[in-house]
Design a protein around this ligand. Structure first.
Ligand code: PSU
Ligand code: MN
Length: 302
């Protein structure tokens, strides 16, 4: 038994035991990041893509007070249907949810924690949380950044979400010693689009190169994770002017409504989807698929 609060799905446990590639997936994106039924369809398709690329998927959540590494189709449907009625579980929420026997949708932070407990090294998502615009006033900095600084899991994403202050997000990651890798790019991707005007720390061009850097970090005992940023495929990348206008409008409304804390990111994602007539959701889904594929390839190389 690895941890008394953890249940590893048998298929995932077997793969880990045999040294086969496993990729973790988060569940906040299911309950809070996308509407039903697209959330469930996407979550199941992402698992399929990971399988097609030779790895075993382990979607992570808290169900009935248990940390789960690997969910059944029914559990994914439960998280998707209940949506925002499921608690968004960050590091500060985990102990209380377990003690109370409740459900929780895991963010990048808690997915990293549970993946590490289970012995999973790779994790694919859409975009990590980061330093919010106006953080100088609000102090709103995602716990995802602190987790990347301390938990040894490689996170494959499409950059930090463009709703954030990407420049400050990079500064924060630098301070905390988190390497930011651009996959086949020198430029930090901006989630819905490929361009941010900011540079990553290192460009890497193959799963093997990426895996080797992560292995060295682990063997050095440096601790902490690594962030691989993988640009959204060209054909799904949104026009920067269109998406930035939608983001500005959504942030203005968020501030006018006084929304703060953990509600910010889900509110902005939903609002941007409405403003763009669903185009941002289509892009979000495609970039997750793209990240799942790369994460499976890196897991195999590792
Ligand atoms: N990526 C997406 N959709 C999401 C998220 C990421 O494509 O909904 C979630 C992740 O779970 C991430 C969270 O950890 O948003 C960040 O929330 P916050 O800014 O409150 O830390
Ligand atoms: Mn926040």
């Amino acid at each position: 038994m690895l941890n008394k609060y953890l249940d590893v799905k048998p298929e995932v446990a077997e793969a880990l035991k045999e040294g086969k590639p496993v990729v973790a997936l988060e569940s906040t994106i299911i309950s809070h990041g996308m509407p039903y039924p697209q959330n469930v369809e996407t979550a199941l398709k992402v698992e399929q893509i990971i399988r097609e690329n030779g790895a075993v998927p382990a979607t992570i959540a808290v169900i009935g007070g248990r940390c789960k590494a690997g969910l059944t189709k029914e559990e994914i449907e439960h998280l998707g249907k209940k949506g925002t009625a499921i608690a968004k579980a960050s590091r500060r929420d985990l102990a209380v949810l377990l003690a109370r026997g409740e459900d929780g949708a895991t963010t990048v932070t808690t997915t990293m924690i549970i993946a590490h407990m289970a012995g999973i090294k790779l994790f694919a998502t859409g975009g990590i949380g980061g330093v919010h615009r106006g953080a100088q006033e609000t102090f709103d900095i995602s716990a995802d950044l602190m987790e990347l600084a301390q938990t040894p899991v490689m996170v494959v994403c499409a950059g930090a979400k463009a709703i954030l202050d990407l420049k400050l997000t990079l500064e924060y990651l630098e301070t905390h010693g988190v390497p930011v890798i651009g996959y086949q790019t020198e430029e930090l991707p901006a989630f819905y689009s490929r361009k941010s005007g900011l540079s990553v720390d290192y460009r890497m061009d193959s799963p093997e190169e990426t895996a080797a850097a992560f292995r060295a970090q682990q063997e050095l005992g440096l601790g902490g994770g690594m962030l691989v940023t993988n640009p959204i495929p060209e054909e799904y990348s949104m026009d920067s002017a269109v998406i930035n206008k939608a983001i500005d409008e959504a942030i203005e409304e968020m501030n006018a409504l006084g929304i703060h804390g953990k509600e910010c990111t889900p509110f902005l994602l939903a609002k941007i989807k409405d403003i763009t007539g669903g185009d941002s959701l289509d892009s979000n889904i495609q970039l997750v698929f793209n990240n799942a594929k790369l994460a499976a390839q890196i897991a195999a190389a590792l």
